[in-house]
Design a binder for this molecule. Structure first.
Ligand SMILES: [Zn+2]
Length: 165
């Protein structure tokens, strides 16, 4: 059985694919109890013009289709960033057993930061959360992406100003 770092590295590779497409670099991998990787996906909200096209949602859709089952009990979901409240909702619906994530998301996190949908007695399913696996690598990917984007926006603004004069 491979460890959590092994699968998180795969999720990080997915996140990089998103970054290369100009998407916020978040990746996700879904793994069965046997250690078999069932699906992998990265954030595609801009490319698909779909606010729900988060890495986790896309990976859950693929896994469910692959297994021909709308529930995924026993599975672990690896995400480079703490799943948001939408994705945690889907994760609870799908009956995952574990969520493993990299960096926390203070703005949207649904697995402990802002809300904790993984362990809420009002919901009829709870699951284990393992935070901060390869957190630095996941966070750096995001920071580099936004730094580059800000620099590009600044350069664009500057060239637009120069054209005006
Ligand atoms: Zn999400």
């Amino acid at each position: 059985m491979k460890n959590d770092t092994y699968y998180m590295d795969m999720a990080i590779e997915e996140a990089k694919k998103a970054g290369q497409k100009g998407e916020v670099p978040i990746g996700c991998v879904i793994v069965a109890e046997t250690g078999e990787v069932i699906s992998a996906a990265h954030n595609l909200t801009i490319s698909l013009s779909d606010p729900t096209a988060h890495a986790e949602i896309l990976a859950i859709r693929k896994a469910s289709k692959e297994l021909n089952n709308y529930r995924l009990p026993g599975m672990s979901l690896y995400a480079t960033i703490e799943p948001c409240i939408m994705c945690m909702g889907a994760i609870v619906h799908a009956r995952f057993s574990r969520v493993v994530f990299g960096a926390c998301d203070e703005k949207w996190g649904g697995a402990g930061s802002l809300y904790n949908l993984a362990d809420d007695s009002r919901l009829n399913h709870s699951l284990d959360v393992i935070p901060s696996v390869c957190a630095d690598a996941c966070r750096t990917l995001m920071q580099d992406f936004f730094r580059l984007r800000r620099r590009e926006q600044k350069a664009r603004k500057k060239s637009a100003l120069q054209q005006d004069t």
